[in-house]
Design a protein around this ligand. Structure first.
Ligand code: PMP
Ligand code: GLN
Length: 382
């Protein structure tokens, strides 16, 4: 028998819940993906580029036209001038980007601080690099960083800290003040930052996304990760990117070129073309998803779920204590899917040590309005 390198890993909760939703014919508000398509012009462009012959390897670092569009966006949104050649790398998905950044930095015995609830791909990446995750629970109910605990967790073996804002699953946002505090903690140490910003455009109520790209000092230690899948409603395209200073980018690319070498060519052409032709897409995105959040929350207010409207991402957490306090959240997710036809994600699976009384499930509201109405009607009837 092969001794597993990842003995604690099974099939992800996203796959399990999506499968159960399909089996039960439930409305799938579990795994995060839209049930509507990306823009017509974007999809049409892929077909056109495929037919025009954009079917061989793209450059290892990404198509220059797409890297330039990313550099332009970063300049416009975050006021940072990055080199499209030396600081931008296109990857097949943010997941691969995260994996490569971790492999580039983490060595045997290194510690990586992650915040629970924590996205599921971080820890396996760290373990395969020979590192160990040190889990810091975010403070409830607002999922903010426990600064004294973080400071105490940083030690001589800490090599990386992974942050995620807007945060999956809670939607919590880091503030400019948070980034400054983080900088003060790592400034005099050999610690790198992985900033997972795949929901960078999904920030609501007029707040702004505090990208690490806005913080000149932090950026010098950082890999900032993005995903076209979230931003253009095409999660199945698995196309993402990493922004990092030249020396870090060089190390990241050494790994990337042997994990996948490059990302899918016609998708990159289509994305570059669409970004250039439709800059308004980014500006419209917060309003588009805020309207969905508001619709879903107004309908969910008719139910016995308790919640605060999420400040970011396309996920809404809700407390079900008033409905089935007897069920843990994994059992609750299964019960909702089987008995009430709405699939959700339990939150405890994103913890090393979940709080015993956690009664939270995650709904994905990246859905057509009619899907949200039908799901909310089922939830309100419980
Ligand atoms: N990070 C977070 C926090 C996510 O929620 C997701 C995606 N679903 C990813 C990374 C991965 O993105 P991608 O699909 O581009 O690999
Ligand atoms: N990030 C998506 C979510 O949080 C899932 C992506 C996946 O299934 N790996 O739902």
């Amino acid at each position: 028998m092969l001794a597993s390198k990842l003995p604690q890993v099974g099939t992800t909760i996203f796959t399990r819940m999506s499968q159960l939703a399909a089996e039960c014919g439930a409305i799938n508000l579990s795994q995060g993906f839209p049930d509507f398509d990306g823009p017509d012009a974007l999809r049409e462009a892929v077909g056109r580029h495929v037919m025009a012959g954009a079917n061989q390897y793209a450059p290892m670092t990404g198509l220059p036209a797409l890297r330039e569009q990313l550099a332009l966006k970063i300049q416009q949104l975050y006021g940072r001038s990055v080199s499209a050649n030396d600081e931008v790398t296109v990857t097949p998905g943010a997941t691969q980007a995260i994996f490569c950044a971790v492999q580039a930095v983490v060595r045997n015995g290194d510690e990586v601080i992650v915040f629970d609830p924590c996205y599921d791909s971080y820890e396996p990446a760290v373990q395969l690099a020979g590192g160990v995750c040190v889990h810091q629970a975010l403070r409830l109910p607002d999922f903010s960083i426990d600064w004294p605990a973080l400071e105490a967790a940083i030690g001589p073996r800490t090599r990386m800290i992974i942050i995620n804002s807007p945060h999956n699953p809670s939607g919590a946002l880091l503030s400019a003040d948070d980034l400054e505090r983080l900088w003060k903690l790592i400034r005099d140490r050999d610690i790198y930052l992985l900033s997972d910003e795949v929901y960078e455009h999904l920030v609501f109520d007029g707040r702004r996304h505090e990208s690490v790209l806005r913080h000149a000092d932090l950026y010098q230690r950082a890999f900032v990760i993005g995903s076209f899948g979230k931003t253009y409603h095409v999660t199945g395209w698995k196309t993402g990117y990493v922004i990092a200073p030249p020396a870090l980018t060089a190390e990241l690319r050494k790994v990337h070129q042997f994990v996948s070498f490059t990302a899918v060519t016609p998708l990159q052409w289509a994305l570059a073309e669409f970004m250039a032709a439709h800059p308004e897409h980014l500006a419209e995105l917060p309003g588009f998803y805020q309207a969905k959040r508001d619709l879903f929350c107004s309908l969910l207010a008719e139910s016995r779920f308790a919640f605060t409207p999420t400040p970011g991402t396309y996920f809404q957490l809700a407390d079900y204590s008033a409905i089935r306090p007897d069920l843990d959240d994994v059992a609750m997710a299964e019960w909702l899917t089987r008995e009430h036809g709405v699939a959700v994600i339990p939150v405890s699976v994103f913890y090393q040590n979940p709080p015993a009384d956690l009664r939270l499930v995650r709904f994905c509201f990246a859905k057509r309005d009619e899907t949200l109405r039908e799901a909310a009607a089922r939830l309100a009837a419980i």
